[in-house]
Design a protein around this ligand. Structure first.
Ligand SMILES: Nc1nc2c(ncn2[C@@H]2O[C@H](COP(=O)(O)OP(=O)(O)OP(=O)(O)O)[C@@H](O)[C@H]2O)c(=O)[nH]1
Ligand SMILES: [Mg+2]
Length: 405
């Protein structure tokens, strides 16, 4: 995947279902297991976000040839990279469990999915139990990510402040430099300072001020959607209501990663017709002419349970909804960088090689400079060699520039 691919990382305690979720929404085949720390090395997979491609409105669909993903007559499927990391436990930022090196895997994520096990069958360390109340999991996980960033900042704080005073930098410039390892740009730091209402000089900041900064930075830099997973289990309803009452302003999506993965597997084996995110599937019994393999009694029973416990009750397995919720709440927009604004060809390739070859998903409100930074070597160059149209330097071609798109 290129550096500019939108990256979403799954976080959560061991056995919450992060790897199952990854396998459910991508073609990855990550190891899944009902014991803690099944995943040690991060797993990656590619999911697709469906958007309208501008090739359709210019009646040029036959020329559209995406470099990544694909375009089906104007319906474009843009790749999103999903990262699944090792489970985090309380104290992870201080090295407990498998330690804090795994937090480093999150540094370049554009957004996080916190996979929470609402079945109550695994404790905070991912060990099998009964009747566990998951309502504290959201707080402690956020605290661990907070502590990881806070400690990284505080370790170098005296030196940071000395240098800050010596070179007379602005607080935003100094903090951006300290946070550059998290792919942080100056506008992100400025926005964090504004939202946290921090105006005092950096050399007057105490630990509480740094905590306030980090808490806001976390929200701005690593926005999070929470997948309440294992809704197919018996205690799920009760725990879901508890969590929703406790956190009325969080973005929750109810999921059964296991069911989504199961349905995709049966589809690939020719037992059912099923499309990701749909509210039902078709079996040979439902439609004898569909060319599907017959089901034995055991499979029929399992599929009946899937309908009763998940699909009829919740409308879908929720896994695709997690991705669309991220795209909606972050106001992610597609941008199509082109070399030539008249024929939509790309840098370095003639129009005969196809048009609208690149599509980058970005959070709306991003500046051209930030975008060029995000694309770095690939589009940084495009940005500098952009066309002049009617006396105006046009750096980017974005769907936002097409009214009615
Ligand atoms: N009932 C049910 N079980 C699930 C669901 N998702 C995952 N599981 C089960 O939960 C267990 C843990 O799943 P994994 O995907 O390996 O969990 P993980 O979060 O990646 O765990 P670590 O790699 O140890 O951090 C497995 O036995 C899965 O089958 C679900 O939606 N419903
Ligand atoms: Mg795993």
């Amino acid at each position: 995947m290129s550096k500019s691919t939108f990256l979403v990382a799954c976080v959560g305690k061991p056995s919450a279902g992060k790897s199952t979720f990854l396998n459910a929404v991508t073609d990855a085949t990550a190891k899944m297991g009902n014991y803690p720390f099944t995943t040690i090395e991060p797993n990656r997979g590619v999911a697709y976000h469906g958007i309208t491609c501008p090739c359709a409105r210019f009646q040029k669909s036959t020329l559209c040839r995406p470099r990544h993903g694909h375009c089906d007559q104007g319906k474009r499927f843009v790749p999103i990279e999903i990262l699944d990391i090792a489970g985090l436990v309380p104290g992870a930022s201080q090295g407990i469990g498998l330690g804090n090196q795994f937090l480093d895997d999150l540094r370049h994520a554009d957004a996080l999915i916190h996979v929470v096990d609402v079945s109550g069958t695994t404790d905070a360390h991912g060990k099998a139990t009964v009747g566990y109340d998951p309502s504290d999991d959201i707080d402690w996980l956020r605290q661990e990510i907070h502590a990881w960033i806070f400690h990284n900042l505080m370790r170098k704080w005296p030196g940071t402040v000395r240098r800050h005073l010596a070179i007379k930098a602005t607080p935003a410039e100094t903090l951006q430099q300290q946070l550059s390892g998290y792919g942080t740009t100056l506008p992100v730091v400025i926005s964090t300072l504004e939202q946290a209402q921090l105006t005092s000089p950096l050399d007057q900041w105490d630990e509480d001020t740094v905590h306030r900064f980090v808490a806001t930075f976390l929200k701005v830099r690593f926005p999070m959607v929470i997948a309440l997973n294992k809704i197919d289990s018996t205690a799920a309803d009760q725990n879901v209501s508890k969590l929703m009452r406790k956190y009325p302003s969080e973005q929750f999506v109810l999921t059964s990663a296991l069911v989504e993965h199961f349905l995709k597997t049966l589809r690939d084996q020719g037992y059912i017709h099923y499309r990701e995110g749909e509210e039902d599937f078709t079996t040979a019994d439902d439609d004898p002419a569909a060319g599907l393999k017959p089901l034995d009694e055991k499979l029929k029973g399992r599929l009946n349970n899937v309908r009763d416990l998940v699909l009829f009750r919740y409308g879908s397995t929720g896994c695709q909804d997690v991705l669309s919720t991220i795209m909606d709440t972050l106001h992610v927009i597609p941008v199509f960088p082109v070399k030539n604004i008249r024929n939509f060809a790309s840098e370095g390739t003639p129009q005969t090689d196809g048009i609208f070859r690149d599509c980058v998903l970005i959070r709306s409100g991003i500046t051209v400079r930030e975008f060029a930074w995000k694309m770095f070597s690939e589009a940084g160059k495009l940005y500098h060699t952009a066309e002049t149209v009617g006396g105006i330097q046009v750096s980017l071609l974005s769907v936002d520039m097409f009214p009615g798109q």
